[in-house]
Every structure is written in C-alpha cells, then in structure tokens.
Design a protein around this ligand. Structure first.
Ligand SMILES: [Zn+2]
Length: 131
C-alpha cells in the first residue's frame, strides 16, 4: 500500500463497499455504517495495479467484515473483502487474480456465486435482480 494525499472515496469504490457489506457481510453491519461509506476518505492505494484501498481510520486490529465475489463488466471474477477497525470500514481489498485493475460492477456472497455457477448460462446482472 502506498500512502496518498487523502481523497474522497469514488462513487465506484463506495458502490463496491456497500454491496459487499450488504450482501457478503460476515458479521452484522449497522445501518449508519452503510450511510457513512460515501464520506470515507482514501489514504492509501495498492501499488500492484489492483484496486485495493485503505480508508482513514483509527489504529487497531483489523477484522474481516465482508468476504464475497465480485464480477467485472467482462464477467471475470475477483474476490472482494472489506475490513473494519473499531466498527469503521478500514479497507477494501480486491483480490484481482487476472490483474484486470478494475473494480467489480456487482458483488455477491460466495453462496450466491456458487448458485450462479451451477446455472449453465452466466449472467452477471443476475445477482442484482435476485434481491
Ligand atoms: Zn494490489
């Protein structure tokens, strides 16, 4: 991670964090956390080319808050993890297996991803419609 001059979260990043917390949370996420996502500030970006970012947050132990599967516009998959510290979103981790350098357009839980795999035709928008 490379420290940057703090900037506002982009709409694209906020959408990924929100979807991950709403659809793939490991522990309950308070409603005000979701509302606060739009005001998060990015303080570090990954240097490897993936779209992982760290947010302005107090010090402390990080816990995994959400763990899901993201789909790029092209239908390729990335892993999406959201970490928290003291109840605040501390980082967004994109495990970009293909080095696509893109954020997913939709995020779902591993269970949902498994169900979609068993369908013969792949449709990345199916995750959005199923809710
Ligand atoms: Zn990276």
């Amino acid at each position: 991670m490379k420290t940057i001059v703090p900037r506002a979260i982009t709409a694209e990043e906020a959408a990924v964090v929100k979807q991950a917390l709403l659809r793939a949370a490991q522990t309950p996420v308070p409603a005000d956390t979701i509302q606060f996502i739009d005001s998060l500030r990015v303080t570090a970006e990954c240097e490897c080319g993936c779209r992982s970012v760290e947010f302005e947050c107090s010090e402390g132990l990080e816990n995994r808050w959400a763990d899901g599967v993201g789909y790029l516009q092209t239908g390729e998959r990335v892993d999406v993890l959201v970490w928290e510290r003291n109840g605040h979103v501390s980082s967004l981790e994109i495990v970009d297996h293909l080095g696509a350098g893109k954020l997913p357009v939709s995020v779902c839980s591993w269970e949902e991803a498994g169900k979609m795999l068993s369908n013969s035709s792949f449709d990345p928008d199916a995750t959005r419609r199923s809710t």
